[in-house]
Design a protein around this ligand. Structure first.
Ligand code: OXD
Ligand code: MN
Length: 622
């Protein structure tokens, strides 16, 4: 099939103007496999970007809401989260990545997915879009080509990523780019019909991903979690880091400085809300590339320029910047919320939710149940909003800097109801890496399957690893050696509970961050414990008073920071069992595991009890 048969002259010209035979070949190859009726090539022009936006409404993938620029998109009832089960990494040599990562023999996988893709775009329009992961014209830039028959996917990408037609021109014909081919497949009422044939196959050998029969952005938007997987491979080969991390600037009161942190948290575990804390300036909320800068400092960029955020619990009090952005005129896509009279409603918005409307299940009324007898919530727990960061009041002025921003601290968080204390600083870089790779977290609605299951999630990246866990750990250990300006590593846990009640308020995380900031600048002392350096009560009390006008009691401090030794020991026993099943884990990891357990056991012996208060460590000089 000749491209010229399904592309008009203008589109052919746009494609050829890139002077890139690899791009042309990919478009040709997938046009002949997917057989679209029409191909449209998009440049970086506003006219082209507006075309995509208009198309998503015209073809019914999005509908306009009451506020100017707002639209609603629904994904199918069974397509509301990332589908880990049908995501496979195609590997030809049978290499295992990690025990819980699906891999598939490459040829078998390609045959299957290309078979599903045969004719999948019949009668449809294929959009050919160009983006740039990371800021343009930068050492961090990775050009990315997206082919899709979904205007919603392309529209989301024009909000979430920097457009990159110009960046492709700069490639001067090279094949140094990622590419993604996506199709929604057959649609019924504008949602995917053939969910049983949903596949997300990652072909590392050619830096490409095929994803079909899905719409949920975590599965369909190539540049998000699909590119993350390709970039992890690339970074690990090139000695830099690709992380599931926010990038945010902390501005302590009365001090003329900004201190940047990056933080990795599993999906739906407080990553966006940490990045967005009142007083912070935000660079990114989900994915960061981190490299060593010219002065030996770590520098980070946001791979994206927008937020595909969980809307649940976004309200004026807890998340003022986002709430204001999604309730005022601007380009914003809502997905899987409840819509009534052109207004979106969601769980936790702190307004009364109507008892009827349209949601991800179609016409909805309170009490509606699905086929399995489960009550359908008005908005899905994983319902989302998609907006641009540079429109937020708290956008950091350096968000698009081609050199990124200097990073002073890495944060690793998880959803852990009974073990990990709210904040601790690691004892050293390798101990910090150890803490990051031993994170356990309870599963959430961001992935399909049961919620609340405690799983091992190293650096919150387990779902996206494309290199063996051993390689990933080694890259982190080495990164600490490459940087001349040390970074501190911290752990956090916002989800500690006692008798079913959270021990911390939603905004307490602000205090933990400010404490970390002071530690980075050596402005507060800390208490050494077996799991790391922890805050002194007096310092937290002052921070709570200054920033939240809250009287923080010693009783609360003791409950939150008491070290539950047996719980920690049980965690590290689970971790040991998990890592024993992995291949080639570096000796440094085993040494740290051993030392960690020794320190916990020594404390148990020294104090003769299970639960130790911070003050006991303080006075014992542990
Ligand atoms: C996300 C996720 O959407 O991690 O960011 O699932
Ligand atoms: Mn994420």
């Amino acid at each position: 099939m000749a491209l010229k048969d399904i592309m008009d002259e203008k589109n052919v010209e746009k494609l050829e103007a890139l002077g890139n035979k690899h791009v042309e070949k990919i478009v040709e190859e997938f046009a002949s496999i997917c057989k679209p009726a029409k191909i449209t090539v998009l440049t970086d022009s506003q006219e082209d970007i507006d075309y995509v936006k208009g198309l998503s409404v015209e073809n019914g993938e999005e509908s306009k809401l009451g506020i100017d620029g707002h639209t609603i998109h629904f994904d199918g009832y069974f397509d509301q989260a990332r589908d880990k089960g049908n995501t496979q990494i195609l590997l030809s040599d049978g290499v295992k990545v990690a025990k819980n990562i699906n891999t598939m023999e490459r040829e078998t996988g390609l045959k299957e997915v290309l078979g599903i893709m045969d004719g999948i775009m019949e009668g449809k329009e294929m959009l050919v879009c160009f983006f740039c992961l990371g800021p343009t014209n930068s050492e961090f830039s990775i050009p990315a080509l997206q082919l899709t028959d979904s205007a919603y996917v392309a529209h989301s990408e024009y909000i979430l990523y920097r457009s990159g037609y110009g960046q492709f021109k700069k490639l001067e014909g090279s094949d140094k780019f990622f590419h993604f081919v996506h199709s929604v497949g057959e649609l019924e009422n504008n949602v995917c019909k053939n969910i049983d044939k949903r596949r997300i196959y990652i072909d590392l050998m050619h830096n490409r991903v095929f994803t079909v029969n899905n719409q949920y952005a975590g599965n369909s938007v190539g540049l998000k979690k699909l590119a993350l997987r390709l970039a992890i491979k690339k970074a690990n080969e090139e000695n830099w880091l690709t992380e599931h991390m926010f990038v945010s600037g902390i501005h302590p009161k009365g001090k003329d400085r900004v201190t940047y942190f990056t933080g990795a948290f599993p999906s739906a575990c407080g990553k966006t809300s940490t990045a967005m804390l009142p007083g912070n300036t935000v660079i990114g909320d989900d994915i960061a590339y981190i490299r060593v800068g010219s002065e030996g400092e770590a520098r980070a960029v946001n791979v994206e320029q927008g937020i595909f955020g969980i809307i649940r619990d976004i309200n004026a009090k807890g998340d003022p910047y986002i709430f204001s952005a999604i309730t005022s005129p601007r380009e914003a896509i809502f997905s899987n919320v409840l819509v009534k009279d052109g207004k979106p409603h969601w769980l936790g918005m702190n307004e009364e939710i109507p008892k009827a409307g349209i949601n991800h299940s179609g016409e909805w009324t309170e009490g509606k149940k699905d086929e399995a007898g489960n009550e359908i919530t008005p908005s899905h727990k994983n319902a989302r909003y998609t907006i641009r960061i540079n429109e937020l009041e708290n956008a950091d002025p350096h968000a698009d800097d081609s050199k990124g921003v200097p990073v002073s601290g890495f944060i690793y968080g998880g959803r852990d109801s009974n073990t990990t204390i709210p904040v601790a600083e690691s004892l050293s870089w390798p101990h910090g890496v150890f803490i990051g790779v031993t994170i356990e977290s309870e599963t959430t609605a961001a992935t399909l399957g049961a919620e609340g299951k405690l799983v091992h999630n190293p650096m919150s990246n387990i779902d996206f690893l494309t290199v063996p866990l051993s390689t990933y750990i080694n890259s982190h250990l080495r990164f600490g050696e490459y940087i001349d300006k040390p970074i501190k590593i911290f752990s956090t846990n916002y989800f500690l509970k006692e008798e079913g009640e959270y021990l911390n308020g939603m905004l307490d995380k602000k205090i933990w961050l400010l404490w970390m900031e002071l530690r980075v600048h050596n402005e507060v002392e800390a208490i050494e414990t077996p799991v790391g350096w922890i805050p002194k009560y007096a310092d937290l009390k002052e921070l709570f008073k200054t920033y939240l006008d809250k009287d923080y009691s010693e009783e609360d401090y003791n409950k939150q920071f008491a070290l539950r030794l047996s719980k920690y020991l049980a965690k590290f026993d689970r971790i040991e069992a998990i890592f024993k099943e992995e291949q080639d884990i570096p000796q440094v990891f085993w040494d740290h595991l051993e030392q960690q357990k020794e320190r916990l056991n020594a404390a148990k012996e020294q104090f003769g009890k299970e639960v130790i208060l911070p003050s006991e460590f303080e006075t014992s000089g542990q």
